[in-house]
Design a protein around this ligand. Structure first.
Ligand SMILES: NC(=O)c1ccc[n+]([C@@H]2O[C@H](COP(=O)([O-])OP(=O)(O)OC[C@H]3O[C@@H](n4cnc5c(N)ncnc54)[C@H](O)[C@@H]3O)[C@@H](O)[C@H]2O)c1
Length: 390
């Protein structure tokens, strides 16, 4: 079992964005003993409300105030996607470590600039919160693939499905075009699946063939604010808004080494709350994992009995066991994956900062955006499309 993580001199962290996921960051940081010192939101009034909810941290109404705060050495960006680029850039320029929510930015030109900027500041940590690879069982899959337990990898399949945008009365900033790829389900949840697939196989996705569908060409935007996962606007006052972002996407892919892959995403799948499903197949076996039963892994065999692994640190490879802080039968899940990613991020900061980071880097985040651009282009022309080189 990995020891609970403690840093002797943890950096002070400020959050940008106090909606759904910002407070999840705060909770995971606090479980690691890393202090949350302040929060920036759209304006000072809103930041003040969130700062109170976070236990009386400092509210900032402007990024300049956050950057000028001497107690802030690291910034977690949890604002809507189109704001990430400018905020990440300014934080790095001001000498802050940056952990940015996914996707890193909305164009590959932006992500290339961020990768370059991060490379010019090797003393700063620059990561993207692809947290799914920090479930210990997901890491176990990666470890088993890398040591050849499945033989040669042939294919990887799966899906990421939710139902919180099923109705035309469901509304959120995500359904609006970002002005770049204008991808929604693929960028929002598909990039988690693709990050995991690449992390487990150790291979990049090199080309894609995609099909995208918008089931609600018009949605009813409530008059007034809406919360992420906040439910339907129902019969309240609303305005009709034309929608072009996809509710559904299916993506076939080729990965390095000849591996074939396919997955679909849907945010209109009744009854599916937040389910990432992935199976990886090799010449010696297969593995199947469902994020809604995250402590369980099925290992398929031909010619002998299939295996079932229930997470317990004593049953995991060393790298996966280090990400598992509770004994078997004591469920670990979504908040733990955040905690483990942050432990990796702040562990790297506490180290000599010369080793290759284990957390998803800006380069990983940039690659995801380039895959998204290929997916959007493929859907438009109905043809296989190569992922561009950096
Ligand atoms: N890793 C994950 O599992 C995960 C889960 C959910 C969301 N996310 C990502 O986190 C980000 C935020 O998503 P969310 O669901 O929390 O959204 P949200 O709408 O619930 O919260 C966003 C917050 O940011 C504030 N905000 C808006 N514009 C801002 C700006 N320019 N500067 C500062 N604050 C601003 C809003 O007022 C709101 O409080 C997105 O990039 C999303 O993709 C990641």
């Amino acid at each position: 079992m990995g020891a609970p993580y403690v840093l002797s001199k943890p950096p002070g962290v400020a959050l940008i964005g106090g909606g759904f996921i910002g407070p999840v960051h705060a909770e995971a940081l606090r479980r690691l003993g890393i202090p949350v010192v302040g929060v920036l939101d759209l304006d000072l009034a809103r930041a003040t409300v969130v700062a109170e909810q976070l236990g009386g941290v400092k509210p900032y109404g402007k990024i300049e105030d956050l950057l000028a705060d001497p107690n802030v050495q690291s910034v977690h960006i949890a604002s809507p996607n189109p704001a990430h680029f400018e905020q990440a850039k300014r934080c790095l320029q001001a000498g802050k470590h940056v952990l940015c929510e996914k996707p890193l930015a909305i164009t590959s030109a932006e992500t290339a600039e961020l990768v370059k900027l991060a490379a010019s500041k090797p003393e700063l940590a620059a990561g993207v919160n692809y947290n799914v690879r920090f479930y210990s069982v997901a890491r176990e899959m990666r470890e088993r693939v890398s040591k050849g337990d499945l033989g040669q990898i042939l294919s990887i399949q799966g899906s990421y499905t939710q139902d919180w945008l099923l109705l035309d009365t469901d509304y959120n900033w995500r359904v609006e075009p970002d002005g770049a790829t204008n991808l929604r389900a693929v960028a929002d949840i598909g990039t988690h699946w693709m990050d995991l697939a690449q992390s487990i196989t150790g291979r990049h996705i090199t080309s894609v063939l995609s099909d995208l569908a918008t089931f609600h060409p018009v949605r009813k935007r409530p008059v007034g604010p809406t919360d992420t996962f906040g439910g339907s606007a129902g019969k309240g006052a609303h305005v009709d808004v034309p929608i072009s972002t996809e509710d559904y996407g299916a993506v076939m892919m080729r990965l390095e080494g000849g591996i074939r892959g396919v997955y679909y995403v849907s945010q209109a799948f009744a009854g599916r709350k937040n389910r990432l499903f992935l199976e990886v197949c090799g010449t010696e076996g297969s593995m199947t994992w469902d994020s809604q039963a995250p402590d369980e892994l099925t290992i398929g065999r031909r010619g002998r009995l299939n295996e079932f692994l229930q997470r317990d640190p004593s049953n995991l490879s060393p790298a996966a066991a280090a990400m598992s802080h509770y004994p078997g039968g004591h469920a670990e899940g979504f908040p733990d994956a955040f905690k483990q990613l942050f432990a990796s991020f702040y562990g790297w900061i506490a180290s000599d900062r010369k080793s290759k980071p284990d957390f998803p880097t800006f380069a990983d985040g940039a690659y995801e955006v380039r895959i998204c651009e290929a997916i959007a282009a493929s859907a438009k022309k109905g043809a296989w499309t190569e992922v561009s080189h950096a």
